[in-house]
Design a protein around this ligand. Structure first.
Ligand code: GLN
Length: 189
């Protein structure tokens, strides 16, 4: 099994090394031929407008949509979550729109630009998960097929829909591999 990490911009190296620590064959994806090798793909954090534009510029948008519609699992973190959402509030940036959720970008506001907090994620066990939020979005609406895996007060920050997973936070920047393991075990099954 090969898991790709979209490597156009953002925190892709950290995802690759997390996958390697879990014993997964991980490759960086910046070309259609690399995407073709993948059984699953992680879309990292970064700047969603830039990553969306580069998906078009590198000829990856169409093949990625085709593979996703054929069932390839996707995991988007932060900007990756924005790209996966069906609706992005107040934006017409290029995006994938594969999960039935609405996101609000930079939603925690300027005062709390970036922060870390313990997250209660029952599907990962009872130990709190170190949630690293960096100019993070959150989800303001979920469709009927979407499972909410974590909320921070009333803000939805981790969801799964079928094979796809999206987090508002950055599990690849922690030493805790449980979200990646969840993706590998539950979304690639
Ligand atoms: N604010 C960024 C965006 O909306 C996401 C930030 C991140 O990925 N750390 O694209």
């Amino acid at each position: 099994m090969t898991v790709g990490v979209l490597a156009l911009q953002g925190a892709f190296r950290e995802h690759k090394s997390t996958l390697e620590r879990l014993g997964i064959n991980a490759i960086l994806v910046a070309k259609p031929a690399e995407l073709a090798e993948c059984d699953a793909l992680i879309i990292p954090g970064g700047e969603s407008t830039t990553i969306g534009r580069l998906l078009n510029a590198f000829g990856l948008m169409e093949p990625l949509l085709t593979k996703a519609q054929a069932g390839m699992p996707l995991f988007g973190t932060c900007a990756g979550m924005v790209l996966l959402a069906r609706d992005i509030e107040g934006s017409d940036q290029p995006w994938l729109g594969l999960m039935d959720v609405t996101v609000r970008r930079n939603a925690f506001g300027r005062q709390v630009d970036s922060f870390e907090t313990g997250l209660d994620i029952p599907a990962l066990g009872k130990d709190l998960f170190p949630g690293v939020f960096i100019r993070a979005p959150y989800i303001t609406r979920v469709g009927p097929g979407v499972e909410i895996l974590c909320q921070l007060q009333d803000k939805i920050v981790l969801v799964r829909q079928g094979n796809n997973l999206a987090s508002a936070f950055h599990p690849e920047l922690t030493g805790d591999y449980r979200v990646h393991r969840y993706f590998l075990q539950r979304c690639l099954a």
